[in-house]
Design a protein around this ligand. Sequence first.
Ligand code: TYM
Length: 333
Amino acid sequence: MKRLVSGIKPTGQLTLGNYIGALRQFVKLQDELEDTEFFIFIADLHAITTPQDRQELKKNIRSVAALYIACGLNPEKVNLFVQSEVDEHAVLGYIMESTAYVGEMERMTQYKDKKGKQTEGIRTSLLTYPALMAADILLYDANIVPIGDDQKQHLELTRNLAERFNNLYGDTFVVPEGFFPKTGARIKSLTDPTKKMDKSNENHKSYILLLDDLQTVRNKIKSAVTDSDNTIKFSQSTKPGISNLLQIYASLTDYSIKEIEKKYEHTSYSIFKTDLAEVVADALRPIQQRYFEIINSPELDEILDRGRERAKLIASRKMQKVFKKIGLGRVYK
Ligand code: TYM
């Protein structure tokens, strides 16, 4: 049986980028992949690499859990759990820090970007975060890790750390493969299509939240930045705005980008955007309905409890092996 692992950080609300790049892929793979066990979690330990309000964090953890289910993850097929409830993540995270080099961490572009925006009080865990992400993946011997483009470098590091550990201590970890969506691995900001859509952006019009009310969603799509030549053609370098919207359209429907270009050949940006606004609203409507049904339900806790128990079983067995390989402690023969 193969294993699939992925997670989402509960900082703020989730965006359409998270949905297209990650959540939607999880749901597709759940229906496509046979003989694969899924471990999907809420990466709350990763959230505290930057300051978080305690009550907000608590709310966001539950909200991400509910969104996983609302987007279509089937708890019968998927082990869904909260990362911090399985202690082994932090323990293996430390062991990965003791496998990785400082230089490798300092080279991570996401760290450099985030550090660039903040001058004081940068937490050590912001630097060492990819070691924890490697632990999240290696703990379950994941074969496949579905993620958006921005996590590619972290996955590469994970592969290197798995190989390094295996060389140092003998075969222990499976070296995982990344899985990236064909379209939509990097959904861009609606106000600056050279940057990724990111919930930490100060401009609310730059992103669509999965829980935005649908009229707000339509307005944001209609005010998205495009160029002035009014032809609906995909070109990442010369027409990044319209190309981003085409990718969103293609990701949420069965149309290819070519087919959408053809469909809107003799129309205008305004007609295209009006239709896209409905495509996005139609995708979000059922998610929002299901979300509000389950956010306060005991069912959600039952799902997370079950997920935690299964994750703990696999994780604790793995840690026994890891301790034994390294020579830590006394109890592991
Ligand atoms: P996070 O929480 O920033 O994002 C969650 C997932 O959403 C994808 N994503 C996007 N995809 C396309 N376009 C976008 N604009 C966009 N924005 C975000 C991300 O690539 C990611 O797949 N470090 C991870 C969480 C994590 C994890 C893991 C993932 C922790 N441990 C182990 C996989 C395996 C993160 O911060 O993702």
